[in-house]
Design a protein around this ligand. Structure first.
Ligand code: CAA
Length: 704
């Protein structure tokens, strides 16, 4: 509790010569209204106190400040604004030092940029991540940072949005010193020295020297833009970030700041930013279990065991190794084990060749992974993750063996993507320790982890799985036991429609083009070719289901990229999909054989039939309580399947489009189709009739 208000404290050191203003608004010093008004009061007090010769602003060990309070966006803005605070700092004749430990992000870093000096701990990170919320730094950041480090470096930080470690920030000139030892004391020494030096404190807004290269070379920022904006396909925020930096170069400071604010206000009401802010909170909510008693403690995890050294097993082992957790990989045969571990090493080598990993780091990670063909090693694991072939009998046998050997209380997880976890759990005498941990391929890259809660899974097991997910850098969502769980269950609806579109008149490249235009990184057919068409074929055969076109392609040996041909044709060594007249012939012949009269299908219909049936399935998933929140489904699709983040996920998107429209379109398609799953789901009907959206649904517990 501070003495200015609940979150700001004012004290003095050196017999009143130095004012120390502490920010303490847990957890991350978000600049909410109380913090902003407390800061103004404290800064004014320091300004008006004649004894005070210098001021130090300091946060907590975790954060100087993580920026504006995102939950206040979209609500009426209550003064003072952050711009007012920084403008106040600009009027001070006494030096103000920002002492940064932990994070200084967004508005938090802009506050620091408004101070005359910045010092940081070695582990501190600073940055302007607003672009990830579909915004730009709106409190002078785009004007001050270029003046401190040059327009090119600033544009990279602002458009990239990633935090910069203290050492790099120092080298660039964004901060003035990295201090070791007792940080508060050292920062106070720094402030004392600045007070003693006297003179007019330097303001970032007055600097012009670092802007010189961009002023001398008007095409410089065009080139930077070309490089940085290519990846973000016409999104408004990255482009606005560049425009704001351009304004820093071309306009006087106050004009530049006006331009920045105008761009910020435009972005604030953009649908992209609304979606990205939704995703920010949805991601954090997804990791919470509403019925988890507060007393539940996660179990300590020191060692992991992964059963199976295939693509999934190897990728999962990498997740643990990357997080510094020793992991044992078990295979039945030495040859398979060697192959699996070689593949892991190869993946790391690719990362080195791309410059994202060092040799030393690779050695450290490989040292965490050890292989064995001795199943007894299961006993070493605090968590055991099974990642073998998708076959129930095999999995049941393995879990019975795990049950015999694993240490009491170990978390027992299956990476199955299709099988019933309850049945797997029944193979053990400790079903309370069993759950699903469904990783997405490639497991070391994809951020999503579906945690499948079976009927006997204990809260302790769930808490432990959630904690593992956090440690290995995954975005987690707890889901229920059903066919395909949440993600693949929805995907199945899209796959059915994709095949039907081909039979009715579209070609794979038409469908993929519509899905790409929507914002996915890949269309369903190019994705099928990448994953291998034989995988689905095998599952369909086992289930006695048919998919006329995909089956025909597989019968012709066209399994996708690995055979050089699938829905597309591939040149040797290339992953570029080329439309193939052979495939067109196969499709046309199949339509004819099935007596389907082909017609021209436009992009709008393709997009609707790719997205709406998935949303419909999402409504069923919610009704069955297989997901806790509509926003969890959004997170699953964004982090597991490449749903464009700026569209906020399928259920958020549905709310934006309007559920009655989606219901009507589904009803229209259902009336003309044999796909019964197109019929609007009861919850979609109900919400549409009430004029509500999925966001209105309360959080629910998973049905078990
Ligand atoms: N506003 C509101 N709440 C925030 C917040 C923010 N800026 N940053 C974090 N939080 C909340 C989270 O929602 C979470 O709340 P719950 O515990 O209730 O779920 C809590 O703080 C802890 O956050 P994390 O779980 O994410 O903790 P972490 O240690 O994994 O990550 C972080 C910390 C890196 C700061 C991360 O939260 C983050 O990236 N925050 C957003 C930073 C950001 O984008 N700042 C810019 C804001 S926009 C701005 O500043 C505009 C401007 O120019 C004026």
């Amino acid at each position: 509790m501070g003495n200015i208000n609940a979150v700001v404290n004012f004290e003095t050191a050196d017999d009143g010569r130095i004012a120390v203003i502490s920010l303490d608004n847990p957890p991350v010093n978000a600049l909410g209204h109380a913090l902003r008004s407390g800061l103004v009061a404290a800064i004014e007090r320091a300004r008006d106190d004649h004894a005070v010769a210098a001021v130090m602003l300091i946060g907590t060990a975790r954060a100087f400040s993580a920026g504006a309070d995102i939950s206040e966006f979209g609500k009426p803005r209550k003064p003072p604004s952050l711009i007012d605070i920084v403008a106040l700092l600009d009027t001070l004749a006494k030096p103000v030092v920002a002492a940064i430990s932990g994070l200084a992000l967004g508005g938090g870093f802009e506050l620091a940029l408004g101070c005359h000096y910045r010092v940081a701990t070695q582990s501190a990170r600073v940055g302007l991540p607003e672009v990830k919320l579909g915004l730009l730094p709106g409190a002078g950041g785009t004007q001050r940072l270029p003046r401190l480090i040059g327009a090119e470096a600033a544009a990279e930080i602002i458009i990239g949005g990633d935090p910069v470690p203290a050492a790099k920030a120092l080298a660039l000139g964004a901060i003035d010193a990295v201090l070791e030892g007792d940080f508060r004391a050292k920062a106070l020494d720094f402030t004392r020295a600045k007070a003693a030096a006297g003179g007019k404190p330097p303001r970032a807004r007055d600097r012009e020297d670092k802007l010189a290269p961009a002023k001398a070379d008007p095409a410089l920022l065009d080139r930077v833009g070309e490089k940085l904006l290519r990846r973000v396909k016409g999104l408004p925020a990255p482009k606005a970030c560049l425009d704001a930096v351009r304004a820093a170069v071309n306009l006087a400071f106050d004009e530049g700041q006006k331009k920045e604010l105008a761009l910020f206000m435009e972005l604030l009401t953009s649908p992209e930013s609304k979606a990205q802010r939704h995703v920010f909170f949805a991601e954090r909510e997804a990791a919470k279990l509403p019925d988890m008693p507060a007393s539940v403690k996660e179990k300590p995890i020191h060692r992991a065991v992964v059963i199976g050294a295939g693509t999934m097993g190897g990728g999962i082992a990498m997740c643990f190794a990357n997080a510094g957790i020793p992991v044992r990989v078990i295979e039945t045969e030495q040859a398979a084990l060697t192959r699996g571990l070689d593949r892991v090493a190869e993946n790391y080598r690719i990362a080195i060749s791309r410059g994202s990993l060092t040799e030393a780091e690779m050695d450290k990670r490989m040292a965490q992974i050890s292989g064995t063909i001795d199943f007894g090693a299961v006993a070493e694991g605090d968590v055991v993750i099974e990642a073998v072939f998708e076959e129930m009998d095999l999995k049941r046998r393995i879990f019975a063996d795990i049950d015999r050997l694993a240490k009491p209380g170990a978390l027992l997880a299956s990476n199955t993507s299709t099988l019933d976890i309850n049945e797997i759990a029944r193979a053990t005498k400790r079903p309370e320790d069993v759950l699903g941990m469904h990783f997405f391929s490639p497991a070391n890259v994809m951020r999503l982890l579906e945690i499948v809660r079976a009927s006997k899974t204990s809260f302790e097991a769930l808490a432990t799985a959630l904690s593992i997910g956090r440690r290995i850098g995954k975005v987690t969502s707890v889901v229920g036991v059903c066919d395909g769980f949440v993600g693949n269950r929805m995907l199945a609806r899209r796959t059915t429609q994709a095949e039907m579109l081909l039979l009715e008149g579209a070609l794979p490249w038409d469908v993929d083009a519509a899905v790409l235009a929507f914002g996915f990184p890949m269309g369903p057919f190019a994705m099928g070719d990448l994953a291998g068409l034989d995988v689905g074929w095998r599952i369909r055969k086992a289930r006695g289901v048919k998919a006329a076109i995909s089956d025909t392609l597989c019968e012709a040996g066209r399994f996708g990229q690995k055979t050089g041909a699938g829905y597309y044709r591939y040149e040797p060594g290339s992953r570029t999909p080329n439309p193939d007249p052979e495939v067109e012939k196969i499709i046309l012949a199949t339509s004819e054989r099935l007596g389907i009269k082909r017609r021209r299908i436009g992009a709008e219909e393709i997009t609707e039939r790719m997205m709406y049936p998935m949303i419909n399935e999402g409504a069923r998933i919610l009704e069955e309580r297989m997901a806790m929140r509509a926003s969890d489904i959004d997170i699953i699709w964004i982090y597991g399947y490449g749903w464009p983040v700026w569209r906020g996920g399928p259920m958020f998107y549905a709310d934006q489009v309007g559920l009655s429209h989606i219901r009507d379109r589904l009803a229209h398609y259902a009336a003309n189709s044999t796909d019964k799953m197109l019929t609007p789901a009861p919850w979609l009907e109900k919400l549409a009739a009430e004029g509500k959206g999925f966001a209105s649904l309360p959080v629910q517990t998973i049905a078990v």
